[in-house]
Structures are given as structure tokens and as C-alpha cells.
Design a protein around this ligand. Structure first.
Ligand SMILES: *Cc1c(COP(=O)(O)O)cnc(C)c1O
Length: 353
């Protein structure tokens, strides 16, 4: 085994997906699994498909390329770059859009590839990330409907990610009103109303999701077992499908406060230290190049992370449950940011069980 490694329990991913998919299906909602946080490793996305996910959604085209063999709908989450429309039409069945210039390019490319590309028009309901501002959607719909190789599959929104705006009856209700207005005005039916990400899930779980929202795009809840409006763990889900493991390369009794004049650390900060007397210190062989140490937590609650430089994680293991030796492996929980980091780091080995 090579360390550091990220160990992924595929059974837990499958079960987490099944949990979410069942709740969503009861309410007539299609659940796309969002694979970006784990860089769309096929093994993990495949486990979610086994768990019943309707399709795979990702913000990066390279990630959709990795999962192209799966026979399911693929959704591109990030507003497409003009420079990537060829790949978007080739690899995504549906993309989220907000710019008519790009949609026109997608139409031209779809014609070349002999396809009809589906788009979901993103509406900004106030969170101020992507989307057409909710008071000014009129002309863009008209322009989209003129395009022969683009199908307006529906409308959608993204909340909480930037502005922290919570999905509620008011903003999701507004999304549904906009859907009705578009349908009436242009005499069309919109198949999809995509009501957000893991932060919308609480409304499914407590049965307050407005009727008509029929798609969600779920990442964090499936991977870490928590909804993200309140940050609560979801009972019945696994929060530990991902475990980060690192190897101890040095283990020594030393003081807890450095000796000498304190200048700046490797990152230009002036460090401060809590005097714990003499402690048993472990160096684990990974560091900030792989993960922000603030986003990880040892599974053994009796040991503490003291800090990290690029390649070294420093720990106080004085009270470790286990008697430790050089070469032993320490295990850590990861939060969303840490999972993003370690998935992306080529130095972290990925292991599936
Ligand atoms: C990342 C992303 C999601 C998934 O968000 P989670 O909070 O991980 O569920 C959904 N939609 C869009 C547009 C995204 O960028």
C-alpha cells in the first residue's frame, strides 16, 4: 500500500446514493450525482449509479470524459466556456447555461455533430453566482427558442454556494412561477425544473419541497452524508465513506514550544504555540500540498493536529489510544474542502474497497 492514501468505501457511497435517490423519487425528483469533489473517479461515480442515481453531473469537461462509458445522462454544471463547446456537445447531454452567445455556439456545434443539445437555463434567484437575473429573463428565452439544435430542457437555479442564500418557498416558488410564465408566454412545456444542490435537500427530507421541482444535483450529501443548508448529518447515512490515511515517519518526545527567536513560518505567518510541556510528536508524511490541515480530523479523538508545512503534518500523539511506532498509519476524516484537495492531489493514492 502506498501512502498517503484516500480510502473510499464504495458500498457506503452506493448506500448513501440509494438513501437520497429513494427520498427524491418519492417526491418525483430526479437525482443527479455530482462527481466533481472526487474528480469523477469512475469507481465512485459507478457506485452512485448502482445506488440509483439518474445521471452524472460535473462542472469540468475532463471529468465527464472520465465517465463517458457509463450509459446514463451526463450534465455539465459549470456554465460552458466558449472555447470548450465542441467537448460540451460531445460529452454532455445537458448543460447549464446563462449566456446567449455561448448557447449560439453550442447550437452551431450541435448541428456539426448532428445532435440536439439540451440546455437548462440558469436563473439567479439572489445567490449571485451563475444565472440570468430573475427579473430579466424574457428575451433570452425567445432567442434560445429560435435555435434548431438546442432544446430548452428546463430552468434551474443554484443557491447557497456563493451568497449563502437558503433555498426556501419564496425563491423556489419564484422559480416555479418563472417556469409557468415561460410556458404560457411561449406556448411550450419545460420538462425540468432543477432546484439546486445538497442545500435543497432539507426540503425533501422534511417534506416541504414545492411541487414542480423535479431535479436536484447532489454532491456533498452523497459523499459526506450531510445536508448543507444547516450542515446537519443525515440520520441513516454514512459520513465516513472517505478516509485519509498517512504514515508516521518520525516519532519523538520534544517540547511543544520551539526554542529560539520566532520569525516567520514557511507560509509567511508568525506562528504561535501553546505550551503543553514535553509531548510525543509525530510527523505524518503529507502536508499542505495535499490538503489544508484545517479540513481534516484524526479518527482517534485523543490525538491533535498541531500544524502542517508543505509535506509534513505535525501531531501531538501523547494521548494516542494505541501505542504508536514509526511506520504506523494514522486515519483522518475529511470535510468537503479537504476531500476536494486530496482527490485532486496526485500525491495521494486512491484506494477503493
Ligand atoms: C457543485 C454543484 C452542485 C453540487 O453541490 P453540492 O453542494 O455538493 O450538492 C450542484 N449544482 C451546481 C451548479 C454545482 O456547481
Amino acid at each position: 500500500m502506498k501512502y498517503p492514501c484516500l480510502e473510499v468505501d464504495l458500498k457506503k457511497i452506493e448506500e448513501n446514493t440509494r438513501f437520497i435517490v429513494d427520498k427524491c423519487n418519492e417526491k418525483g425528483i430526479k437525482a443527479f450525482v455530482v462527481s466533481k469533489v472526487y474528480c469523477a473517479y469512475k469507481e465512485i461515480a459507478g457506485a452512485s449509479l448502482k445506488g440509483g442515481a439518474y445521471g452524472i453531473a460535473d462542472s469540468r469537461i475532463q471529468n465527464l470524459e472520465k465517465v463517458k462509458e457509463f450509459d446514463c445522462p451526463k450534465l455539465l454544471l459549470r456554465i460552458p466556456m466558449k472555447s470548450e463547446v465542441e467537448d460540451v456537445v460531445r460529452l454532455a447531454d445537458i448543460s447549464l447555461n446563462s449566456e446567449i452567445e455561448t448557447i449560439i455556439l453550442l447550437d452551431e456545434e450541435a448541428r456539426k455533430q448532428g445532435k440536439v443539445h439540451k440546455i437548462i437555463l440558469m436563473i439567479d434567484l439572489g445567490d449571485l453566482r451563475e444565472g440570468v437575473w430573475f427579473q430579466s429573463i424574457d428575451t433570452i428565452v425567445e432567442d434560445i427558442l429560435k435555435l434548431e439544435n438546442i432544446k430548452l430542457h428546463g430552468i434551474g437555479t443554484n443557491l447557497t454556494c456563493y451568497g449563502g442564500v437558503m433555498p426556501d418557498d419564496e425563491n423556489l416558488g419564484r422559480l416555479l412561477e418563472i417556469k409557468n410564465e415561460i410556458e404560457d408566454k411561449h406556448n411550450i412545456t419545460l420538462e425540468t425544473v432543477s432546484g439546486g444542490n445538497s442545500s435543497s435537500l432539507y426540503k425533501v427530507l422534511n417534506d416541504t419541497m414545492p411541487e414542480g421541482i423535479n431535479m436536484l444535483r447532489i454532491g456533498e450529501a452523497i459523499v459526506l452524508g450531510r445536508e448543507t443548508a444547516y450542515g446537519d448529518l443525515i440520520e441513516g447515512m454514512h459520513e465516513d465513506a472517505f478516509v485519509l490515511k498517512g504514515e508516521i515517519v518520525e516519532l519523538k518526545k520534544k517540547p511543544s514550544v520551539p526554542i529560539g527567536t520566532i520569525g516567520m513560518d514557511a507560509f509567511g505567518n508568525k506562528p504561535t504555540f501553546e505550551d503543553r510541556g514535553e509531548i510525543l510528536r509525530a510527523i505524518v508524511a503529507f502536508g499542505r500540498q495535499d490538503v489544508n490541515p484545517d479540513g481534516i480530523e484524526p479518527l482517534d479523538e485523543n490525538i491533535d493536529i498541531l500544524g502542517a508545512s508543505s509535506d509534513h503534518l505535525l501531531m501531538d500523539v501523547t494521548n494516542s489510544l494505541k501505542e504508536l511506532r514509526v511506520g504506523d498509519i494514522l486515519e483522518f476524516k475529511v470535510d468537503y474542502g479537504a476531500l476536494l484537495n486530496v482527490s485532486t492531489s496526485e500525491y495521494v493514492n486512491k484506494v477503493f474497497k
